[in-house]
Each structure stands twice: as C-alpha cells, then as structure tokens.
Design a protein. Structure first.
Length: 69
C-alpha cells in the first residue's frame, strides 16, 4: 500500500504544480489556454473532433476555469 500511496501523492503534487503554473500565466489547465480540446476519434484515419474546452467554455483563461470548477 505504501507504493500506491506514494504514486497517488506524486500524481496529486504533479497536478497541483501544473495548476499553479497555469494560474501564473492565466491559462486554463485543461486546454493550456487554447480554448478548445481535440478528441482523437479514429487513430488510423487521422480524424479528430475539436470542441470548446469544457473547463473554461472556450475562453482559455484561468479565471473562467476557476469559476466553473
């Protein structure tokens, strides 16, 4: 159980670090400030679906992500 707990703590610390870095530059942590996310649908045909980021509603700003989260 110690190894699993250590992994979960590392993963949580990594996410917290990512969020704090995005906060400093006012970008959404989910879409990295792009305002959209790309979902790969078919890997072999290279078709992708892009849509507005659900975290920030397509604005790409941290402040919008924070209010929606």
């Amino acid at each position: 159980m110690g190894l699993i707990n250590a992994f979960n703590e590392w993963k949580s610390a990594k996410y917290d670090n990512h969020v704090s870095q995005m906060k400093e530059i006012n970008k959404c942590p989910d879409c990295y400030g792009k305002g959209y996310v790309i979902y790969p649908v078919m890997e072999f045909t290279y078709q992708n679906i892009s849509s507005d980021c659900p975290g920030c509603n397509g604005s790409g700003q941290y402040s919008d992500w924070q209010t929606l989260s």
